[in-house]
Design a protein around this ligand. Sequence first.
Ligand SMILES: Cc1cc2nc3c(=O)[nH]c(=O)nc-3n(C[C@H](O)[C@H](O)[C@H](O)COP(=O)(O)OP(=O)(O)OC[C@H]3O[C@@H](n4cnc5c(N)ncnc54)[C@H](O)[C@@H]3O)c2cc1C
Length: 385
Amino acid sequence: MPSADLHEDLRRGVRDLCKAFPDAYWRELDAARAYPDAFVRALTEAGYLAALIPEEYGGSGLGVTEASIILEEVNRSGGNAGACHAQMYTMGTLLRHGSDAQKRAFLPPIASGALRLQAFGVTEPTTGSDTTQLKTTATRKGDRYIIRGQKVWISRAEHSDLLLLVVRTTPIEQVQKRTEGLSILLIDLRDAVGKGLTIRPIRTMMNHATTEVFFDGVELPADALVGEEGSGFRQILDGMNAERILIAAECVGDGRWFVETAARYASERVVFGRPIGANQGVQFPIARAHAAVHAADLVRREAAGLFDRGAECGAEANMAKLLASEASWLAANACLDAHGGFGFAADFDVERKFRETRLYSIAPVSNNLILAYLGEHVLDMPRSY
Ligand SMILES: Cc1cc2nc3c(=O)[nH]c(=O)nc-3n(C[C@H](O)[C@H](O)[C@H](O)COP(=O)(O)OP(=O)(O)OC[C@H]3O[C@@H](n4cnc5c(N)ncnc54)[C@H](O)[C@@H]3O)c2cc1C
């Protein structure tokens, strides 16, 4: 099937599925800070979350271009793909760096949804964006690793069977470069919770099932190691471009939801005897946001195309995430302004989407760190941090 038709089919399929989960569904979950179990199950059963898993492991073997269309449509429908996007891309580390035995054991049940790999643990409370300084350690003892430390902002850990964890296996003083000595472990949370591993939820300004995770002597078999010991930093870097492109697509989806919602409301709401959208002060911010979302979308498509062709796409993936998160925030504000006081009413969903989209200028990587990457690696300026 030509790719334009495939993409249109995908969009239509995801849109149809999302119709069963209208704004009221997300609004009620938001009020209760509850996880969208039914939605995630439906998306899994329809095979969408297995888009990036190769067919030989039971997935659909699609590219980041297609995966990003799926997530974009979820957010454009008024929903929030943040509840499940990690099931799509966290397995990429396993796919690229796992052993044959690990791939055979884990990828098919991840593709079918029998196993949930929704959690990825990098961030720590004392080191934040400075990943190479992370302090959680895994010490080898015979045929086991013993893990001690703490992670923060580990999303969906309570709704995941597996956690991909980044730890230090060689003390930083014993490596030549600070990026060395980090490793990746795959933890079966069903075994580890209560045996040294504790998950504590963090309540946030939007409905995002995020947590702190404590490791107090958690024991893992040595075959929990993914890839080569000490090469974990390089291995997670490999997956970051895909993650950035997919997050950019979610922001594009949010941005389009804000622009369409604002344009509709501004055309219908009559004040001073005419639709408020007839005033340039209301119309132009919406039109400007539309242009920003469209521009960000083009960069995201370019980045996804490069990624899927196996070409270098670090600059494009980073720019896509930067521009799309800025565009969705511009659109969020234009939409809120157009709604006046009603923008603050939960029943209109604008304030919910406004809170949800705000996250993406900070996570999964802050826009300042993206600018630092562009400054140093694309523009050859001195390292700023
Ligand atoms: C809801 C939510 C979900 C998340 N989910 C996950 C998850 O599942 N897994 C995971 O591992 N992490 C997750 N994160 C963590 C997220 O990736 C981090 O919050 C983010 O990378 C920023 O790190 P930090 O919060 O420690 O901020 P810090 O590193 O403390 O930075 C604070 C501020 O200072 C700025 N800053 C820091 N250093 C510099 C510098 N050198 N130059 C310019 N500006 C700088 C940053 O841009 C930021 O604005 C999540 C976060 C949130 C809020």
